[in-house]
Design a protein around this ligand. Structure first.
Ligand code: SDX
Length: 423
């Protein structure tokens, strides 16, 4: 795989390190044998570190490009559906009609309410944060299915993927309704995936209908969140998976990682930020705080480790939002106006221009979810539903291709040695 070499010379001693070329994107230097020279690499936050080989998602942060199995996010958002993208991420190709029908019915057959999950859910107070509940419910799935799991059996991995894609939206809806002290509404077999999700979330009775406008917007939001290369939560799923752990436990760990406001929790934090700013006249003062290196405040929904250009998902979300407002006949929305004022001011500010900080997927997702009637505390749970196929596809790729246990080293700066005091 390596016909190129990188030579590293330290204190007059040199080592040639293999350089591998991807199908697209930057070359990588294999530093694994650096330890033989007595050195580690140092890269806190993994800014320049590749953790694995993958064929699922490609991102070009400079150009604002996102592709799943080679298909651009713009084309998928326009022409595909969330479930079709789930299939694409897991199996590596778009399904034909029969394959898609089989995939859909396999998912529907798993969409049943499990008593053990209902009892775990009922143990939570009504005001429990939905992300903490989701961590526990998917964790409970790991306990329930543990004895039948053989991660080396492709059939078992496929069943796990189907079960998670089927059950996670149900768990999300159950979590919302538990918090509202409402009876759970089961999924209806004749409804689409996103339509069923909104039905389970908001319908008062099994016969209630769901607006196709909202169902299409929900499907596109799930699709835009489906996978994103080796982000913090996906890397968490891979690291936990590298210990041969129970796959449901791996996904529960991914949910925990996504919860952080620097990651998937940002969509909830964007709405809180917009409410905190309160009035467009206060945007400048808020930006001033966000630019102060001694102030922990950040403009939530802005900036990205990879995108140094507009996040392509933010662009699609922005367009989807305008479409939904128009179809719903909503002329203006103060929250959207505030977001657009904030975006305009930030994008013309030197601090943001110099650091190449642009709106990311979370900047607009919160605003559109609010328009769909999703409570703010559920925003990151929506991200979980969308990202589940990406997590399980990345886990499946790792397990099926072979892997080593993830075990980084450190730059030790503690005490060298101390003697325990003698009496
Ligand atoms: C997601 O990785 C993925 O793919 C994630 C994701 C996915 O689909 O999985 O895309 C989803 O998590 C999107 C990101 C959501 N998070 C936020 O919106 C939170 C706000 N953003 C920041 O916290 C930050 O931009 C991060 C965490 C997203 C990225 O952090 P980095 O890459 O470590 O960048 P950095 O902190 O080194 O920032 C570089 C500079 C710093 O200033 P200087 O030290 O150079 O003076 O930019 C500044 C930062 O202080 N900066 C910001 C800022 N983001 C970075 N300043 C103000 N507001 C911000 N939002």
């Amino acid at each position: 795989m390596a016909d190129k070499k990188a030579r590293l010379t330290v204190d007059g001693e040199s080592i040639d390190l293999p350089v591998y070329s991807p199908t697209v994107g930057p070359d990588v230097v294999d530093v694994a044998k650096l330890i033989s020279l007595g050195y580690f690499t140092y890269d806190p936050g993994y800014v320049s570190t590749v953790s694995c080989e993958s064929a699922i998602t490609y991102i070009d942060g400079e150009a604002g490009v996102l592709r799943h199995r080679g298909y651009s996010i713009e084309q998928l958002a326009e022409q595909s559906s969330f479930l079709e993208v789930c299939y694409l991420l897991i199996y590596g190709r778009l399904p034909n009609d029969d394959q898609f029908a089989d995939f859909q019915s396999a998912i529907q057959s798993e969409q049943v309410i499990d008593d053990y999950l209902m009892s775990v859910l009922s143990s939570f107070p009504r005001n429990a944060h939905p992300m903490g509940v989701m961590c526990s419910l998917v964790g409970a799935m790991s306990a329930h299915y543990h004895d039948e799991i053989d991660i080396n059996d492709p059939e078992c991995r496929q069943t796990t993927a189907i079960r998670l894609i089927a059950k996670v939206p149900m768990l999300a809806a159950m979590t919302l309704r538990h918090g509202r002290n409402q009876e759970f509404v089961p999924p209806a077999p004749n409804r689409g995936y996103a339509e069923n999700f909104l039905h389970m979330m908001f319908s008062e009775s099994e016969s209630d209908s769901v607006s196709p406008i909202l169902a299409n917007a929900m499907d596109r939001i799930f699709l835009l969140h489906a996978d994103h290369e080796q982000n913090a939560s996906t890397s968490t799923v891979r690291l936990v998976g590298s210990t041969d752990a129970n796959p449901y436990a791996c996904i529960a760990a991914g949910i925990a990682a996504l919860w952080g406001p620097s990651h998937g929790g940002a969509n909830e934090a964007v709405l809180q930020m917009l409410e905190e700013i309160g009035d467009p006249s206060k945007i400048d003062a808020y930006l001033k705080m966000a630019k102060d290196p001694n102030n922990p405040i950040r403009i939530m929904g802005f900036g990205h480790r990879v995108y140094k250009n507009y996040d392509p998902r933010a662009k699609v979300l922005q367009a989807t939002y305008r479409e939904v407002l128009g179809l719903l006949g909503i002329q203006s929305d103060p929250t959207l106006q505030m977001a657009r004022d904030l975006e305009r001011v930030a994008l013309s500010d030197d601090y943001f221009i110099q650091r190449r900080l642009y709106p990311n997927v979370d900047f607009y997702s919160g605003i559109i979810l609010k328009a769909l009637g999703i409570p703010t505390s559920m925003f990151t749970v929506i991200f979980v539903v969308g990202r589940t196929p990406g997590w399980i596809a990345q886990w499946n790729e790792m397990i099926s291709k072979g892997y080593k246990i993830g075990r980084p080293r450190q730059l030790y700066t503690g005490d060298v040695i101390r003697e325990y005091p003698q009496d």
